[in-house]
Design a protein around this ligand. Sequence first.
Ligand code: ADP
Ligand code: MG
Length: 344
Amino acid sequence: MKRLTALLLALLTAASLTGCEKEPESAELSLFAMDTYMTLSAVGEGGGEVLAEISRSINVLEQQFSRTIESSDVSVLNREGRISPDTDMDTLLRLAVQYSEETAGAFDVTIAPLVALWGITSDSPRVPEQGEIDALLPLVGSQHIHRDADVITLDEGCAIDLGGIAKGYASDAAAAIFHQSGLTRGCANLGGNVYVFSDDAVDTCWNVGIQDPQDPSGWVCTLALDDHFVVTSGGYQRNFTAEDGTVYQHIIDPATGAPAESDLLSVSVIAAYSGDAYAGTRADAYSTALYVMGERAAADLWREKNDFDMVLVTTDGRVLYTPGLADCFTEAEDSCYVYQQIAA
Ligand code: ADP
Ligand code: MG
């Protein structure tokens, strides 16, 4: 791990980056896209133009992946059951199916009918009857997505929701642009999907704070990283409280059709940038899946894959992290959590 010479705190869900050692040629840009606030920052000559390019690229992707934009590829596919996708949509759907298989269906973009039924992040969330859930569950599963030559079709009644993966894909696009830019440092904080960039020649890291799910103004730990994605999923930000006081959060367990009842408060997946391997997209899908799976199955999947790191915050007050993070991991001061490394 490189020496930490600049303390730059990318709070995972905060709207702005703070604690930045200002250098003369630095730029920042904020935007609202993909239903979240995003903050981009860059150090180096021409940083403003690079950030504008990243912002344009995110907006283009949103036009294709949004469920609420009627002309998007996703809306067309959900409405008409078929589409000749452009390259990004084609790639993202291929990856989505792959990650669904890798996570035994815990991540699945065909969850859309149940996301709509519960409407957790909509203006009118509600707790449906079990019969309504049972009627929709057969529509969930990546086997309902078919690819024939350059046409993608969905089985009758099925729909897709890229909310659990599209920001990850956008972070991969940001990473590619940073790498081609000639800048020395950059950061894209896409609402829970963070990518930090340091040019190889620069001896600096970013300090990425993992938000405390129980106190969103604080964090449970910081990670000193360069050229990595840090993607956090949890139930603590997008949820609704029913009349009886039950809190329902927005990640649905495809096995039950109901909001996942996880023993985790949050999952952060940390993955190194690796060219065009879509590490940010994968980290986004995995963070959603690992939340659904819970502590034990998440640790099992990590051991099986052995190619990413993670920080789990459990409902019983522990912060678990993989040994690969030991050198870059700093516990929060005065924390009431118990910190444990996950056994390999
Ligand atoms: P966020 O979008 O808040 O960063 P996630 O990446 O975990 O959080 O994605 C959650 C979103 O993904 C939900 O709001 C919904 O649109 C969709 N979703 C919910 N459950 C699943 C699931 N099991 N698999 C795939 N997508 C899901
Ligand atoms: Mg996700």
